[in-house]
Design a protein around this ligand. Structure first.
Ligand SMILES: Cc1cc2nc3c(=O)[nH]c(=O)nc-3n(C[C@H](O)[C@H](O)[C@H](O)COP(=O)(O)O)c2cc1C
Length: 184
């Protein structure tokens, strides 16, 4: 089974990247893992032309299908997102907007291989977990329209930078153990 772990932050070496690294290592006991960072791909904003609502194809040609190939290979997708102004980073939102050809809200639409599960990890500097829950809801909404079954989430508050992740390692590993013990 394949697991795709996504760094939804544009920072390749920050707190989110460190959490991605820990999750990838822990899941590698059960999965073939692959990690990607949203900043490694080049894609434009959705222009809202709605052409894909009729054709299931985007008029723009860039890296979005490359990311979606990674989604398609995966049985488990883990999105790890920091809070940027109480929401997902703009780069990840721009990617989600460009996934409209895959959204089940209109016909025709493209489809990923069925049976996928999706986990979400949200992190933030502040202490109130409600902000993490909002991020989790956004990503699970996205999973829903791609018919990826939401499969658990983790909120990590009080994380500002990479050094803040080490004291939270056990929480992250417990979350991974839960995924590995229950999945499929
Ligand atoms: C542009 C920006 C906006 C942020 N907004 C919030 C916020 O609204 N609430 C919060 O708790 N943390 C906020 N943070 C802090 C990040 O969520 C936190 O530092 C996280 O660990 C960053 O991970 P990264 O360095 O991997 O992107 C913000 C950080 C940045 C860079």
């Amino acid at each position: 089974m394949n697991a795709l772990i996504i760094n939804c932050s544009p920072v390749r070496t920050g707190a989110t990247a460190e959490i991605v690294r820990i999750i990838s290592e822990a899941l590698s006991e059960r999965f073939q893992t692959k990690s990607i960072c949203i900043a490694d791909f080049d894609f434009a904003f959705c222009t809202g032309c709605r052409s894909c609502h009729r054709t299931a194809e985007c008029v723009l040609h860039d890296d979005v299908p490359v990311i979606m190939q990674e989604f398609d290979r995966a049985d488990l997708i883990v999105s790890v997102s920091p809070s940027y102004w109480a929401d997902i980073p703009g780069q990840f939102k721009a990617f989600i907007d460009r996934c409209t050809p895959w959204s089940n809200t209109h016909e025709p639409h493209l489809s990923l291989r069925s049976g996928k599960k999706g986990c979400t990890v949200a992190l933030r500097t502040g202490q109130n977990p409600q902000e993490c829950e909002r991020i989790i809801r956004s990503i699970e909404h996205f999973y829903g329209h791609l018919e990826i079954a939401p499969y658990g989430s983790l909120s990590l508050c009080s994380v500002e930078q990479k050094a803040d992740v080490a004291p939270r390692k056990q929480e992250i590993l417990a979350f991974c153990e839960q995924i590995c013990s229950q999945i499929f």
